[in-house]
Design a protein around this ligand. Structure first.
Ligand code: NAD
Length: 382
């Protein structure tokens, strides 16, 4: 079974879908691994490291993909009209394509038309059995960490209370908006740096998790928030009335904050606006807002996705996109292990190929297409 690892061509993407470590393990499974030259470079993995692990290095995407039965990607392959290269057209028909596939009806239709069996890892059910393959969790965790590190870098004072002979610098006040995987890691990281941390969320379970990490809970609670968690563990979209009440509480807390880390998301929707323009105006000069919800539009009304900006009052807003790619070596290592675990879970040793039973929960969750048909229940016609 030939397995290809492509270089990611999107402008803000520095990760790679296999590392020398996982390439070695894929070879041990029985794969012939071909890595497109330069695929790992921006994540700190040169061609020589893959070659030492036993992989073949291919000069370009077309030669990496020739004869491939499995293709590993971080992001959806570029298709006609996306820019320089129609990667999707180069993937052999019948190949199993694994990555974060930008799963929606249109994308599923494109994969079906290309005859590619696409496994969208972002659709993996968030169940215990799937934890070690959960790319959303592994990447969000690092994004939360990185957000706090970049906030510390952009902040013109310190995180911990610094007692010196010349006087004392107070600890930074940090507010984390949204305490899912990224937010909880942001809380833990800000605490480790010595910040005084509080956090808000709408799910009742998140409140307990915030407290268990030693942060204080800031938020509004009512009947609606007590039922704010979906069966899948995600937040529901809250009513305008609830958001207004929550905003009152946040508006009271924000003028004291030095750092605000925004991570709140509602699955399949634009991110909720939780930090209004007036709230930003109430913050002290030198304060920093890091908005890692920017890929979904951002939690701060002033966030410009992809940009860093400084308001007239001296508040810095880091609205960069794709936060996991800002810590590419670690993010690639975890992402690559997630994909390796997925493959080994379904690996048939006798035939040296993956066998993906349609009735398996994980397979049903991720497979968009099979044999030229859209099979995912969310996107299949009829
Ligand atoms: P997410 O990225 O969808 O959202 C981030 C956070 O934003 C969530 O905590 C959400 O409640 C919060 N949020 C949404 N609207 C908000 C608002 N108006 N104000 C404040 N906060 C708001 O979430 P996630 O990090 O992917 O985690 C989703 C859930 O899945 C969590 O309960 C997590 O613990 C769970 N999970 C479970 C497993 C597992 O294997 N059991 C694995 C990963 C995640």
């Amino acid at each position: 079974m030939r397995l290809a690892v492509l270089k990611e061509r999107r402008a803000d993407e520095a990760r790679v879908a296999a590392t020398p470590e996982t390439a070695r393990k894929l070879i041990a499974l029985g794969c012939t691994v071909t890595v497109e030259s330069g695929a790992g470079l921006s994540a700190g993995f040169p061609d020589t490291a893959y070659a030492e692990a036993g992989a073949e290095i291919a000069a370009d995407a077309a030669s990496a993909l020739a004869g491939a039965g499995i293709v590993l990607k971080v992001r959806a392959p570029l298709a006609a009209g996306d820019g320089t290269l129609d990667e999707l057209a180069l993937i052999p028909r019948g190949a199993l394509l694994i990555g974060t596939m930008g799963a929606d009806k249109d994308a599923a239709g494109r994969y079906a038309a290309a005859g590619v069996d696409a496994a969208a890892m972002e659709m993996l059910p968030r169940i215990t059995r799937a934890q070690s393959m959960d790319v959303l969790s592994s990447q969000a965790n690092l994004a939360g960490y990185r957000a706090v590190i970049e906030a510390a870098g952009a902040f013109d004072r310190g995180f911990p209370m610094l007692m010196t002979a010349a006087g004392t610098i107070p600890a930074a006040n940090v507010l984390v908006m949204g305490a899912g995987v990224a937010g909880l890691q942001a809380i833990a990281t800000a605490r480790r740096l010595g910040g005084r941390v509080s956090a808000t969320d709408v799910r009742p379970a998140a409140k307990e998790e915030i407290k268990s990490l030693g942060a204080s809970f800031v938020g509004y609670e009512d009947e609606e928030s007590r039922a704010a968690q979906t069966a899948g563990g995600y937040a529901k979209a809250m009513s305008a009335e609830f958001l207004a009440r929550q905003a009152e509480v946040v508006a009271g807390a924000i003028p004291k904050m030095d750092i605000v880390v925004c991570t709140a998301l509602v699955q399949g929707r634009k991110a909720p606006i939780l930090v209004t323009e007036a709230m930003v105006a109430s913050m002290k000069p030198g304060s920093v807002i890091v908005d890692i919800a920017s890929d979904a539009g951002g939690n701060c009304a002033l966030t410009q996705p992809g940009e860093k900006l400084v308001t007239g009052q001296g508040v810095t807003i880091l609205g960069y996109r794709n936060w996991p790619a800002r810590i590419p070596a670690a993010a690639s290592s975890l992402y690559a292990r997630n994909l390796l675990t997925f493959l080994t879970t379904f690996w048939d040793k006798d035939t040296s190929r993956p066998v993906l039973p349609a009735e398996d929960d994980l397979v049903r969750g991720v497979m968009l297409t099979r044999g030229g048909q859209v099979v995912h229940p969310n996107f299949a016609a009829g």
